[in-house]
Design a protein around this ligand. Structure first.
Ligand code: PGA
Length: 240
């Protein structure tokens, strides 16, 4: 595991954008795993800006997102489909057909989850996966207790996650209670991982991830077993 410190959220986002930019420009073909939430927002802003300024051709880039809420259509303004278009896809020239997210509105969610894993496999696997981390150390929507071997699956969101995400909705009752999420097994198959964590609220989760016991109670702790993880954080007193 590698650790890069940033002095604040802005610097963390800039450094993360540079890592992704270098990967994009240094590859002939790239499958990029993408995350949503507050943490990567500014990274996308910097990344779009850098890509556009350098006029980089992005036809070789494929993206697969970590998760989507169950029951929200891609047009729903609270969906992660919408988030990705607003924050990133509409600003860059990655062919839209190369951008994949789980369909949370699929009638047959079991079929959707296996099709999502098959699609990732067909693409040749994820080359670089961007991750945030939850206060309960979830990665994607893999809540504590999720099997380390899990593939893409339907998740019951925990109360902590629902409360944490309520800020994006008008009322807490509007937050979906289920999501489709890449599993921990799926994430571990990515060739490299870039995890971003910002703010004191994530400190304990990050410490547990880096130094704690590897246990399904701390989903992110599985990353200790991954051979190529880079953490970029603005949180003080985090060491490897
Ligand atoms: P956040 O979420 O970026 O909105 O804090 C991170 C996560 O829950 O993985």
């Amino acid at each position: 595991m590698e650790l890069a410190k940033a002095k604040d959220y802005d610097e963390m986002s800039m450094k993360a954008a540079e890592v992704v930019f270098d990967k994009i420009t240094g590859s002939d073909r790239l499958v990029l795993g993408l995350a949503t939430g507050s943490t990567p927002e500014k990274m996308y802003e910097y990344l779009a800006d850098k890509l556009n300024k350098s006029n980089v051709d992005l036809s070789h880039v494929y993206t697969v997102n970590l998760d989507e809420y169950v029951g929200l259509s891609p047009e729903d303004t609270q969906s992660y489909h919408y988030y990705m278009r607003e924050i990133f896809f509409d600003k860059v020239n990655i062919p839209l057909e190369n951008t994949k997210l789980p369909d949370g509105a699929a009638a047959d969610l079991d079929a959707e989850t296996s099709a999502y894993d098959a699609m990732i496999e067909d693409l040749g696997g994820v080359d670089l996966q961007v991750l945030g981390i939850g206060r309960n150390a979830h990665i994607a929507f893999n809540e504590p207790g999720t099997s380390f071997e899990s593939g893409t699956h339907v998740v019951d969101l925990t109360e902590t996650t629902i409360q944490d995400n309520a800020r994006f909705f008008e009322k807490t009752e509007d937050v979906p209670t289920k999501a489709v999420s890449m599993g921990l097994g799926t994430i571990m198959n990515a060739k490299s991982i870039l995890l971003l964590a910002s703010g004191e609220g994530k400190k304990q989760a990050l410490r547990n991830m880096i130094h704690g016991e590897i246990t399904e109670d701390v989903p992110a702790s599985i990353l200790q077993r991954h051979p190529d993880v880079t953490v970029i954080t603005d949180i003080e007193d985090i060491e490897l």
